[in-house]
Design a protein around this ligand. Structure first.
Ligand code: SF4
Length: 176
């Protein structure tokens, strides 16, 4: 920790350079066919800009996935330099990013948020919980992730996934 602070004081915070060729893709799954059709529809929409707005739903996570997601906005990962930004309203979003195992109490809120994202909407599942319930999959209180509930376009594996994997998944999927 002391070394990190010393380096930051000496050199300042440097934004991480990302070379897409060097990124390990084992943790990133992109469901290409559906995604391609949606991207085609998006590009036909005159109002669509190159920016991608992301609405996050925590469907019942332990918070670690959310912390990794919020790291995307810090000066080190800085996802906004690529045109990705978090938005509060689902109606302003292109992407629904979901973390957590889908707690029973969150299911209807998740569906309502999904319905309010305009078509064509992209769904990104963050972490093993969102994929299949992860460590919570046997709990009576959860529904076991979003994979069989929503059409998932991008899946980022991990518990929690690293911010670099999340960012790389977005970059690969949206061809940035
Ligand atoms: S995948 Fe792991 S880190 Fe993410 S919400 Fe589930 S238990 Fe927490």
């Amino acid at each position: 920790m002391f070394n990190i602070i010393k380096t930051r004081i000496k050199e300042g915070i440097k934004t991480k350079k990302i070379n897409i060729e060097d990124i390990k893709k084992d943790n990133i799954v992109i469901f290409n066919e559906e995604l391609k059709n949606k991207l085609l529809n998006k590009s036909k929409n005159k109002n669509f800009t190159n920016n991608i707005s992301v609405r996050v739903v925590d469907s019942g996570s332990c918070n670690a996935c959310l912390h990794e997601m919020s790291a995307l906005t810090n000066p080190y990962y800085d996802m906004e330099r690529f045109g990705f930004k978090f938005v509060a309203a689902p109606k302003h979003a292109d992407v629904l990013m979901v973390a957590g195992c889908v707690a029973r109490n969150m299911y209807s809120a998740l569906l309502k948020t999904y319905e309010n994202v305009p078509y064509p909407k992209f769904v990104v599942a963050i972490g093993d919980c969102a994929m299949n319930g992860g460590v919570f999959k046997d709990s009576y209180a959860t529904l076991g992730g979003i994979q069989d509930k929503l059409t998932v376009d991008i899946l980022i594996k991990g518990c929690p996934p690293e911010p670099i994997d999340i960012l790389a998944g977005l970059l690969l999927a949206f061809g940035k």
